[in-house]
Design a protein around this ligand. Structure first.
Ligand SMILES: N[C@@H](CCC(=O)N[C@@H](CS)C(=O)NCC(=O)O)C(=O)O
Length: 204
């Protein structure tokens, strides 16, 4: 299996999932500015969407979209990182995956482009705050976002919420979420993925 990724991008989520699942995979770093691969070849030739992540299975099949890659990885280790397909709990997890993708991940979109202007940035932050209020309430009820055990939805929520520091999204009104981010950051699988992406230093 190969994961096409960029350090700290949303591709960190499937990277975390691979470590959490104990699945060995080759990681290929994509230069998102030039859309090139480390050997100088054109990423657009293998993924016309141009963005990360992309997962390539051993038979050469490729898939994109974070929420899908997470489920492919989870389904390789049944019963650990996602409930069984078709179970009500799986639909609940998919509900969260979709919410994280469309409401939170994409909610940050505008913030990467401050040239859109102060009003647009403020509106994006206000919208994110509304979405995080929903997350905050859920984390008051359950330890993880889709229930009482860690799932790939947590890898995704953690990954995109990490951007709040850099993009100055104020999370001070969300103590459950802040405690959750710390808890997830301390997981060995998360530390391993973040170390591999050089987002944190390897322990001495
Ligand atoms: N819909 C895609 C969005 C992926 C995405 O936003 N990737 C960003 C990094 S977090 C990216 O590669 N941006 C560069 C580009 O769009 O060229 C998914 O859910 O996987």
């Amino acid at each position: 299996m190969k994961l096409y990724h960029a350090p700290g991008a949303c591709s960190l989520a499937p990277h975390i999932a691979l470590f959490e699942a104990g699945i060995a995979a080759e990681t290929i770093r994509v230069d998102l500015r030039s859309h090139t691969l480390p050997d100088g070849s054109d990423y657009l030739a293998v993924n016309p969407k141009g963005y990360v992540p992309m997962l390539e299975l051993d038979d050469g099949t490729t898939y994109t979209e974070v929420a899908v890659l997470l489920q492919i990885i989870a389904d390789r280790k049944p019963g650990t990182l996602a409930p069984a397909a078709g179970a009500p709990e799986r639909y609940r997890q998919q509900e969260w995956l979709n919410f994280i993708a469309t409401e939170i991940h994409k909610g940050y979109g505008m913030l990467w482009h401050p040239e859109v202007g102060e009003a647009a940035v403020a509106a994006a932050k206000a919208s994110l705050a509304k979405r995080y209020a929903i997350v905050e309430a859920q984390l008051g009820r359950t330890k993880f976002i889709a229930g009482d055990g860690f799932t790939v939805a947590d890898a995704y929520l953690f990954t995109v919420t990490r951007w709040s520091d850099f993009l100055k999204v104020d999370l001070s009104a969300f103590p459950n979420l802040q405690a959750y981010q710390k808890r997830i950051a301390a997981r060995p699988g998360v530390i391993a993925a973040m170390t591999a992406e050089r987002l944190i230093k390897a322990a001495a």
